[in-house]
Structures are given as C-alpha cells and as structure tokens.
Write a protein of this length. Sequence first.
Length: 453
Amino acid sequence: MNDDILSRDSRYCSFGDTVHYAKPPKVFSACEGSYLYDEAGIPYLDLQMWYSAASFGYRNERLRNAMVKQLDTLPQLACQYLHKEKVEVASEIARICEDRFGTPGRVHFNVGGSQAVEDSLKLVRRNTGKNLMFAFMGGYHGRTLGASAITSSYRYRRPYGHFSDRAHFVPFPYCFRCPYEKKPEDCGLYCVQQFERLFESEYYSMWDSKAGECEFAAFYVEPVQGTGGYIIPPEGYLPALKRILDEHKILLVDDEIQMGFYRTGKFWGIENFGVRPDVVVFGKALTNGLNPLSGLWAREELISPSKFPPGSTHSTFSSNTLGTAVALEVLRMIAESDLEKTVKEKGAYFLEQLQMLKRRRPGVVGDVSGLGLALRVEFCKPDGLTPDRELTDRIFQAGLKGDLDVDGRKYGLVLDVGGYYKNVITIAPAFDIERSEIDLAVGLLDRLISRCE
C-alpha cells in the first residue's frame, strides 16, 4: 500500500509543500491521543501535534461530537450570512481579551493563519495609512505574499521577485546566541536599547522628530518564536519594547497562531510578559486542527464598523459553521479546565527531564528551555555552541523509522525541526500527555541521539 501511495505521490503531487522534507515522505493511517500510527500499527509519539494545532489530542471525542452535531444541523452556510456559533465564539474571545487587556474589541474570522495575518495587515494599513512594518529576525508569520513580506526568511521570498514593502527586521533577544555577543546577566537589555536608538535622529531613517511621525505602522511579534525555534524573550524585554512603540505611535500586533490557547500556560502567550497588544492574530489550536478557523482580535477603535466596514476582507470559508462549532466547544473545554495549572506543571516536569538529558549529553545538547508546553532542544557540536544541523536532521529522520524498541514493542517519535540554523527540536505535545509519556518521549529522544551521533 505505502509503495503505491509513494509512487503516485512522486508522479502526481506537487513538491511545493513541506511533505517532502522527509525522504521518503512518511505515510500515516490512524491517530489517537498523542500518537500517530502507520500501516503496520506502530505508534509514533507525536511531540509537535500538528505544529501545536492539536493541543487537545487526536480524535478528541468531545470535539468530534461537536462537529458531528453541526454536520447534522447546519453543516454549510455562506459566510455572508450569520449563525449563532460565529457570534458566540467571537463574543467569548472578545470577552477574554477585554478581561486580559482591559479594553473592548471585536473579532474577525478567516480560515488559515496566513490569511488572518493578511487581514491584520489590511486592518493596520487602513488605520495608519502606512504600509511598512517592523518584524523580528527569526519570525514566521506565514507564506502568502503579504505574510512572507513580514517573515524573516529570505528563502520564502526569493523565488517570487522583489518585495518593496518587506518588513524592517530587528534582532530577536536570542540569549543563547546573542546577536550582539552579550550575556543575559549583564547586558541590560542591550538589544532593546539598540532598537530605541533608531528614533534618536531622523538620519537613522525611521523617525521625523519635527513631525513626531514614524514611517512604520506596526511591529509584528511572536511572544515565543515558533519556527525560529521556540525562543523565549528575557524578562523585561517585551514591556520595554511596548513602551518604545507606544511613544512613537506604532501598533503592536501579537501573533498567537502557535502559542495561543494555553500553549505557554496562559490563554495568550503574551500574557506571560505583562504586555497589552493592539491586535492579536490566532488560529491553529482554536479548532484542534478540525475544520480550520483563524482570526484576529483588535481594539474597538481600530476595528469598529466605521474603521473596518463590511467588505474590508472576504474569504468564502471564513467563520465556517463546522469550524465555529468546534471552536465553541474548545472554548468551553478551556473554561471548564485549569489549563494554566496543568500546562505549567507538565511543562515544568518535561523541562526538568530535558535538563537531565542535557546533563547526560554535555555539548551535544547545547540548550534547553521552555514556557508551559512549548519547549526546545538545541543540538550542537561537541563544543556546546556550534549548531549541528546534520545531527538534528538525522534525529528527525530516524524518529520516523518506527523501529525504537521499548519493552518488546516498536515505537517512533514525531519531531519538528526549527531554529535559525535548523538545529532545534521544537516540542509542543498534547495537553493531556501523561508523565509516563513524557518519560517515554525523553527516553526515545536519548536513544535517537545515541543512534545518530
């Protein structure tokens, strides 16, 4: 069966997506909880859960039932009409944001994360009349043309010509590999000081001090960098950045597509840093990967009907009935749980096990860190600093072979590779992962390191 699928894939499927990063592409046929299964029934413990989309586990029965119920009642409706689930989801997210950020706002829906970023760019441009943005080196906001313009990797833009409005990219506070070669204990947030210097003189090209006007409209921020390798900014950085943005009337757009809905132990990742954004973009885990739904929240003064009137954006499947029904059930599950407590406790235990792995593998495991259940393992050469991309890729590929023996049973390990040098394993397990599964995960990772070194 797999040989036939792979043969037809190589003949008929585009190679333009990310399936073909693995050679050959891995074929799965079933899923349950924290596991994917191949045709032979071998379980693969998934530590990335669909890029943090399936936070509540695969084939979650409660979410399945919510979708089936909607299939039996209102499975389809053009987005130009209203249905109650859309309004209920928007109301709950707006209520949560007002509670967290102390300001009223509204919610706007789309389908995928990139499309929600596109909508946010329209919102920002409409409010400011400006088309230039700040974004971070290492930042990832999607691969549509507009989202690519504020995504740092030139690789995603290079084949598509010149991007005249691409973002001005600012170094992210990547303390393990500080771009300014500083040490966290005595740098005094040097990186944010360098950003602030851009506004000292008109000759730094950003700021007209006489007019009190900046050329840039907004700064797009991931509170924890996703594709960049789950990098966590140091204490004090984001509040200092927000102060500078407010002084110069630059909006802060918070991209929560990977970190939203308690991935970091807070509803929004940015809550961990005490910062109030102007716009929040979200997606992925809102529907646990079932029938995609994305969107944005913005302060009322930015998104009121007078500022963002009907027809400002359009997507045929935005606020679709199946997506909003599942999203509403996800929000109910969140409200009924103490995810802040459980995610932080499980994340702390997982991080402790990874730190033990680092002590067992000095040098090779150069850095581990985490916030909630967003964790990272950075692989290095024996010097403990030089990135080891080749080892990381071998570990990723070996995990997909499904031949790791544990108590007489074969297992695989599903990992995701990220980071500036593609030497970071980013870990985003299901929220209901058990401690025994965390132990299994770290044990399997340890074996893969032994095999691949």
